[in-house]
Design a protein around this ligand. Structure first.
Ligand code: ADP
Ligand code: MG
Length: 644
């Protein structure tokens, strides 16, 4: 008949440490059986191997040789999650130096292992309060560890060991740091727990303390010297997989996020600085893209405001700028092109910059010599007075039509119509003012232009009788490409070669978009680099944080957190930082863009760059948070807790 296996069974356990070339055997051939409900004191001098034994018993450490079975289950066969489950549910640790988390209140410290047992928040709190009351700490639930005496802190840590209903309490010199009265209280507490059926294993080097236990084990130099109550050994028969071995699911995301926020707030100034890197990166991406996009949109708007059925003809090769010095386009060409049925009209033009003067007021502007149909072709309108007519052109009449801004500047208090202005040493009469187009037409509006009849311009203003270009309006419904082709053919026939360039607004927009996109990409990549730098900052700080929080991590692991939980915790912390940085950065970037827009700089806000920047921040958190999180999850709880 199969007998029930002992609770804890150690067979020929060895634990050696490599120290350079030498091997130190902290434990040497330790065989030990502990039954459920025992109260065992383990005694020995400092360095005899007591803590090493305790760590192996509590599944914080594994033996280098020998077999350790818990309830008949060979511990070496269990995976990390099952070991975590054992630490969580079967064992409760009480440490010499309490190991409470200083940022948490007493009841939160007590409730910590219950968090990893997925106990609901309210239930955790209730149980922690009940345990604290039971251990005589009523009214101290909200105190931080620093506000409690050593004895009180140790009772808090006992409550923590009990919260998941541990079968075995492992106490490593629990009274080592306490005065005699507190020691008595703690020992009485452990005895009482033992009477309630909890197995208590207590490490001490105090014979008086050890005397309280039912069984004393002396160890020296890693071997058992004496054991006054060893139960008769029974053959281990593994029972079916037990509930206690079943790993628990990870803690809820909301809990993990809450823990992250608390950890980040605890170090708020550092968090702020870390955040800043991400915030600046994201804000830069959003603002730069808004400015780049705005610039592009502005240029496109300007071009589009000229109309989509316009063709521009410029002298010189297709890639040459119109300098006005290339005399290949003539009025004869205009006449020939006028024969084409697809066209609404052609406006020949020639332009220059000049100063126009009225009394003592000067205005420097663009002078455009053209024919009366120019208004119709460009869809401009007259606000006051009239446009010059074909007669004026033929007569080379000294008349001009001016833009609204010029009219305002030169004639702030009087009507411009009928006034005479001076331009290139001649007098011209203002006969019309154009309707203001304002900012809606972009920088290509007509508010700062002076129109003069073509013939007047060619004889009086400009030297030489050649044209600077033609603006051609194509009938709506015509195929622009087709018409462009026809015009090209005709002019090549007339000139014998292609000594002109012909553009339509669509191809202009395409060319401009391309250069502007390059600019935007450039701005964007500078911003992306700053985001990357922010990410490196996050990683750097997180690595520091992991080192600083070694004890916290060790404690979480010792009380039942899976390495996976720790990995997740730190990943979430990095994500919380980066996502917060992302949100703040997007808001700041939009704010900066709107602020910049107040200085008459075009911006275009779109959700895509914001989403892209936020997603990048998220990715930065995911990627740069991984190394620190991995480091944290691989911490050895024993080393972490051993640090003072
Ligand atoms: P005790 O708790 O009885 O004072 P320990 O179990 O802590 O003793 O240590 C037993 C022996 O193992 C000591 O000689 C100690 O120096 C050695 N030891 C403990 N931990 C380590 C370690 N991480 N690396 C090397 N040697 C260790
Ligand atoms: Mg020790």
């Amino acid at each position: 008949m199969a007998t029930k296996p002992p609770l804890l069974l150690l067979e020929h356990i060895e634990r050696s440490y490599r120290n350079g070339d030498a091997h130190i055997k902290a434990l040497n051939d330790v065989s030990l059986t502990i039954e459920q409900g025992e109260f065992v004191a383990i005694m020995g001098q400092s360095g005899s191997g007591k803590s090493t034994l305790m760590n192996i018993l509590g599944c914080l450490d594994s033996p280098t040789y020998g077999r350790y079975c818990i309830n008949g289950h060979d511990v070496s066969q269990l995976d990390t999650n099952q070991l975590a489950a054992l630490r969580l549910k079967t064992f409760g640790f009480v440490f010499q130096r309490y190991q409470l988390l200083p940022a948490l209140s007493a009841h939160e410290n007590v409730a910590l292992p219950a968090l990893y047992a997925n106990t609901a928040k309210s239930a955790r709190r209730e149980r922690a309060f009940a345990l604290l009351q039971q251990l005589g700490l009523e009214g101290r639930e909200q105190h931080k560890p620093s506000e409690l005496s050593g004895g009180q802190q140790q009772r808090v840590s006992i409550a923590r060991a009990l919260i998941n209903g541990a079968e075995v309490i492992l106490a490593d010199e629990p009274t080592g740091a306490l005065d005699s009265q507190s020691s008595e209280q703690v020992l009485a507490l452990l005895s009482e727990l033992n009477q309630q059926g909890v197995t208590v294993i207590l490490i001490t080097h105090d014979a008086h303390v050890a005397a309280q236990a039912k069984r004393q084990i002396h160890i020296q130099d890693g071997t058992i010297l004496s054991d006054n109550g060893a139960p008769t050994e029974t053959e281990a028969t593994p029972t079916a997989a037990k509930e206690t071995l079943r790993p628990l699911p990870s803690i809820a995301l909301s809990e993990a996020v809450t823990i992250s926020f608390r950890a980040l707030f605890a170090n708020w100034f550092r968090t702020l600085l870390t955040l800043l890197g991400v915030v600046i990166g994201v804000a830069a991406v959003v603002a730069m893209m808004a400015i780049g996009e705005g610039g592009k949109q502005q240029v496109i708007d300007r071009i589009e405001s000229m109309g989509t059925n316009l063709l521009m003809l410029r002298p010189g090769g297709a890639n040459m700028r119109n300098s006005g010095d290339i005399a290949t386009l003539t009025l004869d060409d205009v006449e020939a092109l006028n024969e084409l049925p697809e066209l609404v009209g052609i406006a020949p033009e020639r332009e220059a910059r000049s100063t126009i003067r009225y009394l003592n007021r000067d205005y420097r502007s663009k002078i455009m010599a053209t024919t009366p149909n120019y208004l119709h072709i460009r869809d401009w309108e007259i606000a006051q007075g009239v446009m010059f007519r074909e007669r004026d052109n033929a007569d080379k009449a000294p008349v001009i039509v001016i833009g609204a801004t010029i009219a305002e500047s030169l004639f702030p208090e009087q009507n411009a119509i009928g006034q005479y202005v001076m331009m290139k040493n001649s007098l011209y009469q203002v006969i019309g003012v154009l309707t203001a187009q304002g900012a809606s037409a972009g920088g290509m509006n007509n508010d700062e232009v002076v129109l003069v009849p073509l013939q007047t311009g060619l004889t009086r203003v400009f030297a030489g009788r050649y044209l600077g270009g033609l603006t051609i309006k194509v009938k709506s419904g015509e195929d622009l490409e087709q018409v462009e082709q026809t015009i090209r053919q005709l002019l090549i026939e007339r000139h014998g070669k292609e000594d002109f360039g012909i553009f339509n607004t669509a191809s202009l927009i395409e060319a401009v978009s391309e250069t502007q996109n390059t600019m935007t990409m450039l701005l964007g990549s500078i911003a992306a680099i700053s985001l990357l730098v922010g990410g490196i900052g996050v990683m750097n700080i997180m690595l520091v944080s992991v080192t600083e929080r070694r004890r916290e991590i060790g404690l979480r692991l010792a009380t039942g957190a899976k390495p996976k939980d720790i990995l997740r915790q730190f990943n979430i912390e990095a994500l919380v930082v980066c996502c917060s940085g992302g949100v703040i950065g997007v808001l700041l970037g939009v704010g900066a863009a709107l602020f910049i827009a107040r200085f008459d700089i075009a911006i275009a806000l779109a959700w895509q760059p914001a989403a892209l920047a936020f997603a990048s921040a998220f990715l930065v958190g995911l990627i740069f948070g991984h190394a620190p999180a991995r480091k944290a999850s691989r911490l050895n709880p024993i080393d972490a807790l051993a640090e003072e």
